[in-house]
Ligand binder design. Structure first.
Ligand code: NCD
Ligand code: ZN
Length: 344
C-alpha cells in the first residue's frame, strides 16, 4: 500500500498547554485531527466549567487563520469537586468528561484525587448524566514498583469502580500493559481505552538505548515487549474498545534533559503518521481508520468526521527539534525517518 485515505481522525487524549507553548504545538494537531480531548492539567488545573470555557476560547484564539479544529474539554477532578459541577459541565455543552488523576501520579497531578471514595457522589452524578470518566490508571504508592503501578491500579481501584458504578462510561487512558488490555477486553460494556503511539512503537529498552533517554520518558512509563505485543494485538484485532489518544505532552527541552526530567513525550508533529507505522508493522493498516477516526467518536457519542485525510508512503526526516516559545521541543523520533507522510 502506498496511499491510505481515512476519515479525519480525532485525538482522544492530548496536552495542549497554554500561552506560547499552546501556540507552538496546536498547528501540528489541527493539521491532522478534527477534534481532541484537551487534558486539564494546567497550572492551576482546569477544575470547573467556567475555566474550561475560557481555556477553550484561548485554544480557538491560538488557532492559525484558515485552520479548523474543535477542542473538547474535560475537567480535572479534585477531592473538592462537587456533584453540582457535573450538572454545570453537562449544561455547558463543551465539556465531555472528567479526568481522574490520582494525586501525585504524573505531571501536574498534585491537586488530584487522594482517594477515589472521596468523589463517589461525583461519579454517581456523572453516571446519571452520561458524562465520561477518563482515568490515569496508576497507583501512587512509592513502594510499588513503577512498572507495576498500572496493574496494581486495576486490581486496587479500577475493577471496583467499574462494578460499583455499573452505568458509568469509563476511558482507561493510555494503557501500557497486557493486564490493562485484558481488563478492558473482559470488562462490562461502557469501558474503553486509549493507546499512545509510543506504547505501540517502543518497549522499555528504548529508555536506555546507548544511555539514558529522557525524551522516551512518559507516564505511564514504557513497558516490556510482551506488553507492547498485547497492545498491538488488540489494535490489530479492530476491537472498538481501543482508540487513538496520543497523550502528546510537550515539555521544554531543558526540563527533560535534566537531573530530574519531566514525564511526557511530544508526538503531535506526526500524530497519525506514527500510528500508521505501528499498524503497518503488524500488517493492520486496514484497521487504522476504525481506531483513529471511528471508535472514539462512537464511544463519546459524537458524529464521525465527514472530511478525509490521505497518508502517502513517502519518507521524511523528523527535525531534531521544533521552536517552543523561547525554548526548544524535542519530538518523538527526532532525527529519525518516518515512512508515512500526511498529504496536504
Ligand atoms: C503528561 C503531561 O506532561 O502533562 N505526561 C505524561 O508523561 N504523559 C501527563 C499525563 O498524561 O500523565
Ligand atoms: Zn496525558
Amino acid at each position: 500500500m502506498t496511499s491510505l485515505t481515512i476519515k479525519r481522525p480525532d485525538d482522544w487524549h492530548l496536552h495542549l498547554r497554554d500561552g506560547d507553548a499552546l501556540r507552538a504545538v496546536l498547528p501540528f494537531t489541527a493539521a491532522r485531527f478534527a477534534r481532541a480531548i484537551v487534558m486539564p492539567n494546567l497550572k492551576p488545573p482546569v477544575t470547573n466549567s467556567e475555566q474550561a470555557l475560557a481555556y477553550r476560547r484561548r485554544i480557538l484564539d491560538a488557532l492559525p487563520a484558515g485552520m479548523k479544529f474543535e477542542p473538547l474539554m474535560t475537567l480535572y477532578l479534585t477531592d473538592n469537586t462537587y456533584p453540582t459541577e457535573v450538572d454545570r459541565a453537562k449544561a455547558s455543552g463543551c465539556v465531555h468528561g472528567f479526568k481522574l488523576y490520582p494525586a501525585g501520579a504524573t505531571t501536574n497531578s498534585d491537586s488530584g484525587v487522594t482517594d477515589i471514595r472521596r468523589i463517589e457522589p461525583v461519579l454517581a452524578r456523572m453516571s446519571e448524566l452520561g458524562m465520561i470518566l477518563q482515568v490515569h490508571g496508576e497507583v501512587t504508592d512509592p513502594n510499588v514498583d513503577v512498572f507495576d503501578r498500572e496493574a496494581r491500579f486495576i486490581d486496587g481501584v479500577l475493577a471496583q469502580t467499574v462494578e460499583r458504578f455499573g452505568e458509568l462510561r469509563i476511558v482507561f487512558e493510555h494503557i501500557t500493559t497486557r493486564a490493562a488490555a485484558q481488563f478492558v477486553l473482559n470488562a462490562r460494556p461502557g469501558v474503553a481505552a486509549t493507546i499512545t503511539p509510543q506504547h505501540l512503537l517502543m518497549n522499555r529498552n528504548a529508555l536506555f538505548t546507548g544511555g539514558i533517554r529522557p525524551h522516551h520518558y512518559c507516564l505511564p512509563v514504557l513497558k516490556s515487549e510482551s506488553d507492547r505485543r498485547a497492545l498491538l494485538e488488540v489494535v490489530a484485532s479492530g476491537n472498538p474498545r481501543f482508540f487513538l489518544g496520543t497523550d502528546s505532552a510537550p515539555h521544554a527541552r531543558h526540563t527533560k534533559e535534566n537531573a530530574c526530567g519531566c514525564a511526557g513525550i511530544f508526538s503531535s508533529h506526526a500524530g497519525i503518521e506514527l500510528y500508521a507505522e505501528a499498524f503497518e508493522a503488524v500488517g493492520a493498516l486496514q484497521r487504522l481508520e476504525g481506531f483513529a477516526s471511528e471508535f472514539g467518536a462512537d464511544f463519546y457519542g459524537l458524529p464521525q468526521n465527514e472530511a478525509r485525510i490521505t497518508l502517502v508512503k513517502e519518507a521524511w526526516d523528523v527535525p531534531a527539534h521544533y521552536p517552543f516559545g523561547s525554548d526548544e521541543l524535542v519530538p518523538l523520533s527526532a532525527g529519525e525517518r518516518i515512512s508515512w507522510r500526511l498529504k496536504n
